[in-house]
Design a protein around this ligand. Structure first.
Ligand code: GCU
Length: 362
């Protein structure tokens, strides 16, 4: 007999989400305090400390009102972060459906500057009524151990990072929040219905952005796995030891100190999705993506639901007795989940599932 979801969760022996670090039980009234405590734990131990918001500036450098045969207005934007240490600019693409009422907006943190792109079905997204803002993550800070470019240069430079100093995921997530600062001022966009999404390392980034930024109405993690949505204790595929060896610069240096024993982690990854509560959160898995570990992603969705229940909301729903088998989705509660067939990829099917969830709840 395969183990039930609750047996599997019990075996993971997770740290308690609904107890303060000093052991006091968390009540509904004190969830905000607990959420801030968790964000502090995540900053200190995995992603590093996030600086306060900085002023931003957006200059539209080109406009095409006839994109997708006139259905969409496309603006190319030179986006600037005015950090206390100096300025950093990067290109941003904004696509708005040509319709009278303001559109909910999806911020897609992308792997490439290309549009359309194999991970971003722009016409399909705008046909569903969403505006789309997208930027190439490497234009914010390079995806390597070099901290002398982009936001890295402004905040770290050549010196060694402190144990709790932010890594590249923190920087990319920060940029997505600053893009939202601007979108709040853009006509045709309803920034009260803002979604942040990304795939894989950028799924980790989107989730971290949504955990911290309460203006994000829905955070979507696509196949984010280790260091993202997936529960770490008992995880198969990629582990803390492996990810901090190959990609140490994604995280704060302290994360690597848990490599030899993840049971010492003062959190597990359901804490991250729980910080999105009571807002919408979506976790997507692919059946053959064993490196990310769909079971550990699904168990995180179930475990994070306790925060929603505390707040009188429903997280993942319905919770099945056994792990889901692809293709299957759970769209009834405020935590959405699906597992599709196939490999690690940001698939059109992922987008369609996620947009169906957004259309239902946003
Ligand atoms: C590697 C890495 C993963 C990451 C993935 C990606 O496979 O080990 O953690 O999610 O790259 O971003 O594509």
């Amino acid at each position: 007999m395969p183990k039930t979801v609750s047996e599997l969760l019990q075996a993971r022996d997770l740290p308690e989400l609904l107890r303060f670090a000093d052991g006091t039980p968390v009540t509904k009234d004190r969830w905000g305090e607990r959420r801030r405590e968790i964000l502090g734990i995540l900053q200190e131990n995995i992603y590093g400390v996030t600086p306060p918001p900085c002023p931003v500036e957006a200059e539209i450098t080109a406009t095409n009102e006839r994109y997708c045969a006139g259905k969409v207005r496309h603006d190319t934007v030179r986006f600037t972060l005015h950090m206390p240490e100096g300025d950093h600019s990067f290109p941003l693409q904004l696509f708005r459906p040509a319709k009278a009422e303001p559109s909910p907006v999806i911020i897609h943190i992308c792997f490439r500057p290309d549009y359309p792109d194999r991970y971003t079905p722009i016409e399909e997204i705008t046909d569903h009524g969403f505006a789309l803002a997208m930027f190439d993550y490497r234009d914010v800070a390079s995806d390597d151990g070099d901290f002398t470019n982009g936001l890295g240069a402004l905040t770290v430079g050549n010196r060694e990072r402190r144990p709790n100093e932010w890594g590249k995921i923190g920087m990319w997530a920060y940029a997505a929040s600053r893009v939202l600062d601007w979108l709040e001022t853009v006509s045709g966009v309803d920034a009260s219905r803002a979604v942040v999404t990304g795939h894989s390392r950028l799924g980790k980034t989107a989730l971290w952005c949504a955990a911290q930024d309460e203006r994000v109405a829905c955070g979507i993690s696509n196949d984010s796995g280790c260091g993202g949505a997936a529960i770490e204790r008992g995880k198969v595929g990629e582990t803390v030891a492996r990810i901090t060896t190959v990609f140490p610069y994604w995280f704060c240096p302290r994360y690597a100190s848990y490599s030899d024993d993840v049971t010492r982690l003062p959190f597990d990854h359901h804490f991250i999705s729980a910080c999105v509560a009571p807002r919408l959160c979506y976790i997507a898995s692919a059946e053959e993506d064993l490196w990310a570990d769909p079971a550990s992603e699904f168990l995180a969705a179930v475990a994070a639901s306790d925060a929603y229940a505390l707040l009188g909301e429903t997280g993942l729903s319905p919770v099945p007795e056994h792990l889901p088998i692809a293709p299957q989705h759970f769209h009834d509660g405020k935590i959405g989940y699906h597992v599709r067939r196939g490999l690690h990829y940001y698939d059109r099917e992922d987008w369609l599932e996620q947009m169906a969830f957004l259309e239902k709840h946003l």
